[in-house]
Design a protein around this ligand. Structure first.
Ligand code: IPM
Ligand code: MN
Length: 354
């Protein structure tokens, strides 16, 4: 029997509630498909930081390397200054575990209300491959004359040939495997970021030569935000840098029905990957049993796919679609017409039927 060691980081706010429902669904699938999930919980997050003063203990990344995957709830605590936990836990794990891909599917499920006029599930089904270890997130820069009227702040975007190429290669390969439209769009800003996106575009064109069956296109990031709203059906797979990827995937989340359903994977194809709902810890809903667990459940589905349990991942997605189509009223917290745990129960039940 296949057995997988899963590190679970429930995290802050509503993280533990959504992770609980995710595990409920994952366990139902493990039973059905005859594999084992062996969970180990880690208490990383705001409460631990406030108690101990430590964000991540020494050797945390090394310990996590011993697992098959990491399942994360949410990071962010109202009593901790913004940035400390995000940088100290989420970004640090992405970097230290070299999870160089942030994979974010944008798919409108049946029954989900879309804020775009005249757009339905047949129009919104694409995936953003976001570079996850470089760009403006690399933390390169500094202050000069800080606190004086002559202050200078510099924040540099770091783009390495290696980092760009491995991301672009992943995107081409992913597009090929996905086998939908076989169209990959590079999202950049070559007209202004004439160094960074020059490297991106040259790399993109060079790798494209190895994928003659994939249509390789380029679009500026500002135009992409326009087309997400006007013509989302134009996209199949999009590859982009860290900052643009961060921004366009929040817009992507909105057109697929909101943060309640948006999932992502921080992927190191040669190492350990981490799966998370892309929304935050939503502290004001903590403990109320009203937060939508579907994003966390879908992140669990991405984890199953990554672990090689493709059939289970497909069943999970179909179960989620039954619930969005037939049961859930609205994807927003407190507006679902049912509780967090009821949504988890329903999805888990459907996994045994679809
Ligand atoms: C995300 C988040 C993070 C990011 C924050 C919390 C650091 O917005 O996962 O998209 O900017 O990557
Ligand atoms: Mn973001």
């Amino acid at each position: 029997m296949n057995s997988y060691k899963i590190a679970v980081i429930p995290g802050d706010g509503t993280g533990p509630e959504v992770v609980r429902e995710g595990r409920k669904v994952l366990d139902a699938l493990a039973e059905k498909f005859n594999f084992k999930l062996d969970y180990t919980e880690f208490d990383y997050g705001g409460d631990r930081y406030l108690k101990t003063g430590e964000v991540l203990p020494k050797g945390a990344a090394d310990e996590l390397r011993g697992f098959n995957a990491i399942y994360l709830g949410a990071i962010g605590h109202p009593e901790v200054k913004p940035g400390i936990l995000e940088k100290g836990i989420l970004l640090r794990l992405r970097f230290e575990l070299d999870q160089y891909i942030n994979l974010r599917p944008v798919k409108l499920y049946p029954g989900v209300e879309c804020p775009l006029k005249d757009k339905g599930p047949e129009h919104i089904d694409f995936v953003v491959v976001r570079e996850n270890t470089e760009g403006l997130y690399a933390g390169s820069g500094g202050f000069l004359k800080k606190g004086t009227p002559d202050e200078v702040a510099v924040q540099e975007s770091i783009n390495t040939r290696k980092g760009v190429e491995r991301c672009v290669r992943y995107a081409f390969e992913y597009c090929k495997q996905r086998g939908r439209e076989r169209k990959l769009t590079l999202c950049g800003k070559t007209n202004v970021l004439t160094y960074a996106f020059d490297l991106w575009e040259r790399t993109f064109r060079a790798v494209a030569k190895e994928y003659s069956d994939i249509r390789a296109e380029y679009a500026h990031v500002d135009a992409i935000t326009m087309w997400f709203v006007k013509n989302p059906e134009w996209f199949d797979v999009i590859v982009t840098d860290n900052m643009f990827g961060d921004i366009i995937t929040d817009l992507g989340a909105m057109i697929q029905g909101g943060m309640g359903i948006a999932a992502g994977g921080n992927i190191n194809p040669e190492g350990v990957s981490m799966f998370e709902p892309i929304g935050g810890s939503a502290p004001k809903y903590t403990g109320k049993n009203v937060i939508n667990p579907l994003a966390a459940i879908c992140a669990g589905g991405m984890m199953l796919d990554y672990l090689g349990q493709k059939d289970a991942a497909n069943v999970l997605e179909r179960a989620v679609m039954e619930v969005t189509d037939k049961h859930i009223k609205d994807l927003g917290a407190g507006r679902m017409g049912m509780s967090t745990s009821e949504v988890g129960d329903l999805v888990a039940n459907y996994t045994q039927k679809v």
